[in-house]
Design a protein around this ligand. Structure first.
Ligand SMILES: [Zn+2]
Length: 425
């Protein structure tokens, strides 16, 4: 059914103006609200199918009392954060404002569909704010039907006003966040966006609390490798189970005169805890190496996509001339859970004790490629390792892409080798 037909049905059901319903419906759908949920929300807004039309009177509520079942409410709150973002609505870019409001009882996210000139710290009364549900929680919609009043008297709230955060405290869904960071890695990329090919920046940010990946959708010249910057008005999305800092055309990037201090260490976690957290950009786990899996040692990759080629066949590109590479996929167990540790070519060469040429020669002499993986397994299996890297969790399991891989042993020579590994990678 077309959007128009849905709107017509709903409007006649509710006994209200079709254009009005259509406009609301388009807005909700453009904001990725599923059709069923969008219709439900409009039924609530226009009086739940009583046929009488018109919304119910909004009640004044404390923020903690607002539920997704409310159609509209009036709240008096302090503006904690204001983030600006552009979305495509009816084929045109529209600027929206998002953030959090708080009163003494709690906080709530909001989206303002027009510019009410909200500033962090303002105390406002939002009359007739729409309520919608997002992942089980209520959110406020401030739009044309909302009356917004700036209050003289400042509302005291037990929450931090403003978007300043440490990287470790960022959560997917956060808006209007400010961070003070050092750019550890930064590269230009060309992507095919909705307006054709666009240049973006992507890389890694660090502060004293940790590291996170970032994407700058509107490249700021201040973001370059080694730079220390303050980024204002970033929003946070989840990427491979990890919060990712998104910098947009509305963000401000300010170059700082002093180097921002960054953490050298990563948080140590149990495997179970790390996997349950859904992923981590930089984490340390320690466990016993149980098994070196198939697809380790001397492998071949598709020159097109980099996937591992089996019997000369790539899953996406069919028969290809594979390129040799070294890799280890090994199962690490710490008693709380297991994770597949992935070592890249460099770390594999270190544990194997030789590079690609050595591995090729080894395989040629034995007339069998699997001797490389066997040799690696012989060295690794049954020992305890401390692994640092990026953990991603998906339906197929948990993978830890190692940046450092060291045997836990109090033997000073081993320790020295481990430190060397860390320095080199
Ligand atoms: Zn391929």
């Amino acid at each position: 059914m077309s959007l128009e037909a849905e709107a017509e049905d709903l409007a006649s059901d509710l006994g209200v103006d079709k254009e009005e319903v259509l406009e609301d419906l388009e807005k909700l759908v453009s904001y990725s609200v599923p059709m069923d949920e969008a219709k439900q929300s409009l039924r609530r807004k226009y009086g739940g199918g009583s046929g009488g039309g018109g919304g119910s009177e909004p009640t004044t509520k404390d923020i903690a009392e607002v539920t997704p079942d409310d159609s509209n409410v009036t709240v008096t709150a302090r503006v904690l954060t204001v983030g600006q973002r552009s979305i495509r609505y009816q084929g045109e870019d529209q600027t929206i404002f998002e953030g959090e409001l708080a009163d003494a009882t709690g906080t709530i996210s909001y989206t303002a569909w027009q510019d009410f000139d909200l500033t962090e710290g303002d105390t406002i009364t939002a009359g007739n704010a729409g309520v919608r549900e997002w992942e089980g929680r209520p959110e406020l919609n401030l739009g044309e039907s909302t009356t917004l009043v700036f209050e003289e008297e400042e509302l005291d709230v037990p929450y931090e006003v403003g978007g300043d955060r440490d990287l470790a405290d960022l959560q997917p869904g956060d808006r209007g966040r400010n961070v003070v960071v050092r750019v550890l890695e930064c590269e230009e990329k060309t992507i095919s966006g909705r307006d054709g090919e666009t240049e973006i920046l992507s890389g890694v940010l660090a502060d004293a609390s940790g590291k996170l990946p970032f994407t700058d959708w509107d490249p700021h010249s201040e973001l370059e490798e080694g730079a220390s910057v303050r980024i204002e008005d970033a929003y946070i999305r989840e990427f491979r189970g990890v919060p990712s800092v998104n910098v947009s055309e509305f963000s401000h990037v300010i170059a700082l005169g002093e180097d921002v201090e960054t953490a050298d260490s990563a948080p140590e976690m149990g495997v179970r805890e790390a996997v349950d957290s859904g992923g981590a950009f930089d984490v340390v786990v320690t466990g016993n190496l149980l098994e070196v899996r198939d697809g380790s040692g001397l492998i071949e990759r598709c020159p097109e996509c980099g996937r591992v080629v089996q019997n000369g066949q790539c899953r996406s590109h069919g028969a290809v001339e594979g390129e040799d590479d070294l890799r280890v996929k090994a199962i690490l167990d710490d008693g709380t859970g297991t994770v597949t540790v992935v070592l890249d070519d460099e770390l594999t060469a270190e544990v194997y004790g030789g590079g690609l040429d050595d591995a090729r020669e080894h395989a040629r002499d034995a007339m069998d490629k699997s001797v490389v993986a066997d040799a690696i397994a012989e060295k690794l299996v049954g020992k305890e390792y401390r692994v640092r890297g990026q953990l991603s969790v998906d339906d197929y399991g948990a993978n830890l892409d190692a940046t450092t891989f060291e045997e836990t042993d109090d033997d000073p020579a081993e320790r020295a080798a481990a430190v060397l590994t860390e320095v080199q990678s």
